[in-house]
Design a protein around this ligand. Structure first.
Ligand code: AMP
Length: 369
C-alpha cells in the first residue's frame, strides 16, 4: 500500500507483467515495420517510461521523437487538451507510430489524430500500453494495445496522481476505501488527540478535534472564538448549538475524506443525536465509539504537565481541570449507554506507552472491517 497526497493506492501490475506486455507489442510492431525505419512518437509526460522500455525491446532501425500534451481545466474554446510540444516537421513520408501510456475516454487521442493528420507522414498508427475499453468512445482504431484494464484510476510507471507516482516501477490502483467514522471517547487528558494523530495516518482518516477548532478560532479572534472563550476558560462546555454547527461545517469542508475521527465530540447526548442525524443525511454513520480509560488522578497529573508546555489556560489550574471532569461525568459519561445501546461502544485501557495504546485501538478498528 502507498499513499500519494491524500489517496491510498494498492499494487496492481508488477514490473514483469508490464515488461512482458511491452515485449509482445514490440514483436507485433516489428513484424509490421522492421523492413522500414518507423518514427516512434512518445506522448509526454506519462509515456516516458514506456517509450524507454519499448525501444529497448524494439531492436530494429527506428527513430524516436516526442510530443507533449496537457489536459487543462480553464474555459477555452479550443477544448481541454493543449499542445505544449508539437510534432517536428521532418516526418514527411515516414510511418509514424504514436506511443501512448494510457487511452481511456479518447479525448487526448482525438487531439493526437488531429495533430498528425495535418502532417505529411506516410501513415500513422496508435500504440497504447494501457487501454480502458469500458470507457473508450471508440472513435479511432487503436492499432496496438499492451494491456486492457478496467476503468480504475492508476498511477506508477510514468502515470501520476497530481504529479506524484511517475517514478514507481509498478502500477498501483486507487483503493476504494470503505468509510470508517470513529468517535474517540474519554476524559480530558486520556490521550484522544495523541492517538488520533497516529490513527489518522494509519487509516487515512480526517481528524476533527472540536477543542482544536475552538482554540484555532480563539487564536484568530473570530466571532466563534470569542463566543467559546469564556466557556473554555472556565472549563465549561461550549453550548450545543454552537458546537454542533461548527462540527457540521468541518465535515462539509472535507467532503472527499475516507472517514473521520471525531475527537472531543460528541460530549452531550444532544450532540450525539445531532451527529447521528447529520451523518445519516449524508448516508454515513458512526462505526465505533472507542473510549480511552484512565483514572482521574493520573489524568490530572498529565494535564498539569501538558499545561506547562502548551500554555493552555484550562490545563494549568487544578480546579478548572476538576470542573471539566465534573462536566464529563454529568454530560458526557451518559453517552456510554447511548452508544452501548447501538452496539458500538468499545473500551480500551488508556494507560501505557503510546504505541501499546495505538495497538489496542487498532485491534478494535481492524475488527470493524
Ligand atoms: P478539548 O481540547 O477536547 O479538551 O476541549 C477543550 C474545551 O473546548 C472543552 O473543555 C470545552 O470547553 C470546549 N469543547 C471542545 N469540544 C466540545 C464539545 N464537543 N462540546 C462542548 N464544548 C467543547
Amino acid at each position: 500500500m502507498i499513499k500519494l497526497h491524500d489517496k491510498v493506492f494498492t499494487p496492481y501490475l508488477k514490473e514483469e507483467e508490464i515488461l512482458a506486455a511491452i515485449e509482445r507489442m514490440a514483436e507485433k510492431i516489428a513484424a509490421d515495420y522492421k523492413n522500414e525505419v518507423p518514427l516512434f512518437v512518445g506522448v509526454l509526460n506519462g509515456a516516458f517510461m514506456f517509450v524507454s522500455d519499448f525501444l529497448k525491446a524494439y531492436q530494429h532501425p527506428c527513430q524516436v521523437s516526442f510530443v507533449r500534451l496537457s489536459s487543462y481545466q480553464g474555459l477555452t474554446s479550443t477544448g481541454i487538451v493543449e499542445t505544449l510540444l508539437d510534432v517536428s516537421d521532418d516526418i514527411e513520408g515516414k510511418s509514424v507510430i504514436i506511443l501512448e501510456d494510457v487511452i481511456d475516454t479518447g479525448r487526448t487521442l482525438k487531439k493526437l489524430v488531429h495533430l498528425f493528420s495535418k502532417t505529411n507522414a506516410k501513415e500513422f498508427k496508435i500504440a497504447s500500453l494501457f487501454h480502458k475499453p469500458e470507457v473508450y468512445n471508440g472513435e479511432y482504431t487503436i492499432d496496438y494495445v499492451g494491456l486492457e484494464i478496467p476503468d480504475n484510476f492508476i498511477v506508477g510507471y510514468g502515470l501520476d496522481y497530481n504529479e506524484l507516482g511517475r517514478n514507481l516501477r509498478e502500477v498501483y490502483q486507487l483503493k476504494q476505501q470503505d468509510m470508517i467514522n470513529l468517535v474517540l471517547f474519554g476524559k480530558p487528558g486520556a490521550g484522544k488527540g495523541t492517538q488520533a494523530e497516529v490513527l489518522k495516518e494509519k487509516y487515512n482518516l480526517k481528524h476533527i478535534s472540536t477543542g482544536d477548532v475552538f482554540r484555532y478560532n480563539i487564536k484568530n479572534g473570530t466571532e466563534l472564538g470569542m463566543l467559546a472563550k469564556s466557556y473554555i476558560d472556565r472549563g465549561d462546555l461550549v453550548p450545543d448549538e454552537v458546537t454542533i454547527d461548527m462540527l457540521k461545517a468541518e465535515v462539509e469542508k472535507n467532503q472527499d475524506a475516507a472517514g473521520f475521527i471525531f475527537d472531543g465530540f460528541p460530549r452531550t447526548e444532544a450532540q450525539a443525536e445531532a451527529l447521528d442525524n447529520f451523518l445519516e443525511s449524508k448516508e454515513m454513520k458512526v462505526n465505533a465509539t472507542i473510549a480511552l480509560e484512565a483514572e482521574d488522578d493520573i489524568l490530572v497529573a498529565r494535564l498539569l504537565e501538558r499545561g506547562k508546555e502548551s500554555g493552555r489556560s484550562d490545563d494549568q489550574d487544578e480546579s478548572k481541570i476538576r470542573n471539566r471532569f465534573d462536566e464529563y461525568k454529568q454530560k458526557t459519561a451518559p453517552l456510554k449507554a447511548y452508544y452501548e445501546k447501538q452496539g458500538k461502544f468499545h473500551s480500551v485501557n488508556g494507560i501505557g506507552e503510546i504505541k501499546e495504546i495505538t495497538e489496542r485501538l487498532s485491534q478494535v478498528i481492524d475488527a470493524l472491517k
